[in-house]
Design a protein around this ligand. Sequence first.
Ligand SMILES: Nc1ncnc2c1ncn2[C@@H]1O[C@H](COP(=O)(O)OP(=O)(O)O)[C@@H](O)[C@H]1O
Ligand SMILES: [Mg+2]
Length: 316
Amino acid sequence: MIDLLSRRLLFVTGKGGVGKTTVAAALGLLAAEQGKRTLVCEVEPKGDLSVAYECGSTPFHGREVSARLTAMSMDTEASLREYLKMIARVPVIGRIGPVAKAFDLVATAAPGVREILTIGKLCFEVRERHYDLVVVDASSTGQVVGQLAAPTGINELVRVGLVRNQTDWMLDILRDRQVTGAVIVTTPEEMPVSEAVDLASRLERETPVGLACVIANRVLPELFSTREELVFDKLSSPRMTTQLAQEAGLDGAAIRSVFASARLAVTIRRDGVAHLDRLRAGIEDSVPLLYLPYLFGRAHGLRAIRQVARSLGEEM
Ligand SMILES: Nc1ncnc2c1ncn2[C@@H]1O[C@H](COP(=O)(O)OP(=O)(O)O)[C@@H](O)[C@H]1O
Ligand SMILES: [Mg+2]
């Protein structure tokens, strides 16, 4: 049993296009179905989360997608406004104008401010217990380390005062392995696996967040058993395909092309297995590795997310 959903804050990351949004949306659905009040937050507001849930836009203040499930998109300016209103008790009325200016100034002046506003908002939702679980559809490999390391960086930069107090509580949340975890999504391919292995060690070395699990997405099913493969090898010989063509009155080239396609699928699957072995060897033994099958047919939208949620549920 992997108690991924007993945590309170999960960052789903990995190489672009591997299935982060799909997995984050599915984890959110699964948690809500298990009775948890769940927030799923898309850090890069591209609108992919709203496509996944088929729910229309997912604003900063959140949209209720289904029972106990809320979806939102990060907006660092809105996060700053919320923060100012709450902590500094500065009333911010109407459209941002001056705040945007101040924000740009601060953001360019101090590295890590944008990141802090992102991580801060997420940690705040956890601290205030607005939700039982916050699932983050986080940035990809390139940026996530910087984002997660930002509170540590700021802390080291500012050793006293207001800012220090602000990052201390965030670090308490991020460092606690029972509370926070990263989920790396990858696919059984060369580059995604190399990036996943690299990211796993960078997370441990450079950020306060621990690796909760790795998910191999789009794993192809085994097409043939060993016995079936013997049959396949025999049938696909040139002599057999010619004979089949003659007996069935079919085009020999078409038959050979069908066999070649099946051969390709077998080869891809086999390569994938080798990459998955490399993945398993490249991450700590204590980190669980889950598998999600390749979805044939329509792979986006709520039906696909439900299917992925079901597979994840079976893996956990
Ligand atoms: N298990 C799967 N089987 C088939 N297609 C998938 C699977 N998971 C994701 N996809 C597809 O792969 C593409 C990228 O997925 P997405 O979740 O948007 O990745 P990311 O957020 O990492 O960029 C999407 O078109 C999605 O529908
Ligand atoms: Mg995405």
